[in-house]
Design a binder for this molecule. Structure first.
Ligand SMILES: CC(=O)SCCNC(=O)CCNC(=O)[C@H](O)C(C)(C)COP(=O)(O)OP(=O)(O)OC[C@H]1O[C@@H](n2cnc3c(N)ncnc32)[C@H](O)[C@@H]1OP(=O)(O)O
Length: 398
């Protein structure tokens, strides 16, 4: 393996990278050229990491810089690790680890305090200090059982969008939603063209293109399947409860549709709006975002907290340089965080701290699982400090 080298991608590398990724991610075919052009507009070449063996590409990964909203509303730039693939001929020989080492160095050089990813498997990334932090409910809705408790408004306030309206309205509505929702991944301008293009490789011969429903404060896109008359909600963005309820009224009232699938926030209110909450069944609870805190002091200082208090965390990190004791002192909901020599109140590893960072898992749950070593008194402080009023929701897969 002495012939292995790593460098940023060059122009000539892209056909080989796209082919290798299609193979690794079990895609039926490499991405089409127009999709590749849009994909490449999303990140600079120096955010790419190509491993070659004797000149042939055997490993690839890259990162986007993506805005993410924290509890309290501050938006931080994050390193969004993505497109990680190692050739089957070179698996389990340390290529992923080598690329992650280089990525970490790049993230540090770029002063990024938080890294995020959407994971293909649950057992890969904890060793690098990532923990699952945001979840969604995979919901299946039975429209025939849907009866809203409140009477429908005379006008649903929802309209189908024309392509022009969608191009103007959806990014603006998404930005408003993301600004107020913890865990939300902001979508840079360069992300929208391929969403709107809705190319045929994203569906099969019997599924429709995206239909867009627009509201003054929200939108939803969905496609239908002619084989079984089902609908799948691809994107649902509601800035207000009114928009949420109005959009769901239209979606659940689609004539000739026998079931609707959607990924919804774990605290979504749809079931509570109905006379029979069983019309909404939860078929899964996937993790939708993994987080790794890169700079504990900076990351913890940027979110807000539910209650004031202070706690000393002893953080373990077997991968990088984040281990140590940190004093977190919260006054008026904002934290002052510093490294300290004081005795620890709670002991946990960096992946566990990253899991509770956005409030998607409670410290209490992880302590019960033996992942946080603390006393009942300190756990109470820790759990209440990190608790959030609304569950985080990422809303974007990357
Ligand atoms: C953010 C994303 O892009 S998620 C997508 C990840 N990519 C995929 O799922 C595509 C298909 N899979 C692959 O391309 C490869 O198998 C990868 C990228 C997952 C792993 O690449 P490899 O080069 O084989 O990993 P590498 O040898 O560096 O392993 C590093 C460590 O992770 C472990 N590991 C790697 N893959 C896995 C896995 N799938 N499950 C469990 N552990 C794993 C290794 O055992 C090793 O552990 P250790 O160093 O602590 O002893």
């Amino acid at each position: 393996m002495t012939s292995l080298t790593m460098s940023p991608a060059t122009e000539a590398d892209w056909p080989e990278i796209i082919g290798a990724d299609a193979r690794a991610f079990v895609l039926p075919a490499p991405l089409p050229d127009d999709e590749i052009a849009e994909f490449r507009a999303k990140f600079p070449d120096d955010a790419t990491f190509v491993v070659r063996d004797d000149g042939r590409i055997v490993g690839f990964s890259m990162y986007f810089v993506l805005p993410m909203t924290l509890p309290g509303g501050e938006v931080v730039p994050t390193a969004g690790l993505s497109w990680v693939a190692v050739a089957a001929t070179h698996r389990r020989r340390g290529l992923l680890r080598r690329m992650i080492d280089a990525q970490f160095a790049a993230w540090r050089a770029a002063d990024l305090s938080v890294a995020i990813l959407t994971a293909s498997e649950g057992t890969i990334y904890e060793r690098f200090g990532f923990g699952p932090a945001v979840f969604a409910h995979q919901a299946r809705i039975d429209p025939s059982a849907v009866v809203f408790r409140r009477q429908a408004p005379e006008d649903s306030r929802v309209r189908y969008g024309t392509p022009d309206e969608i191009a103007t309205r959806a990014p603006e509505i998404h930005a408003r939603w993301a600004a107020q929702h913890p865990g939300a991944i902001g979508r840079p301008d360069t992300w929208w063209p391929s969403i709107f293009a809705d190319r045929t490789f994203r569906r099969n011969s019997q599924t429709s293109g995206l239909h867009y429903l627009l509201h003054a404060d929200g939108y939803a896109s969905y496609r239908t399947d002619a084989r079984n008359h089902s609908a799948t909600v691809e994107d649902f963005v509601a800035v207000t409860t009114q928009a949420h309820d109005d959009l769901w009224r239209v979606l659940t009232g689609l004539d000739l549709i026998t079931s609707i699938d959607a990924a919804i926030p774990v605290d979504d209110t749809l079931g509570h709006l109905l006379t029979d909450s069983r019309a909404v069944s939860v078929t899964g609870r996937p993790d939708t975002l993994w987080v790794s805190i890169l700079d504990v002091v900076d990351a913890l200082s940027r979110r807000s907290y539910g209650v004031d208090g202070s706690i000393v965390l002893d953080v373990a990190d077997t991968y990088s340089d984040r281990a140590g004791r940190y004093a977190v002192v919260v006054v008026g909901g904002r934290a002052t965080v510093s490294r300290t020599d004081q005795a620890a109140d709670a002991v946990l590893d960096i992946a566990t701290l990253s899991s509770i960072y956005l409030g998607g898992i409670s410290a209490r749950e992880l302590a019960l699982a033996g992942r946080i070593d603390t006393t009942e008194e300190h756990l109470d402080v820790l759990a209440r400090m990190f608790d959030v009023p609304r569950a985080p929701f990422a809303g974007t897969f990357f």
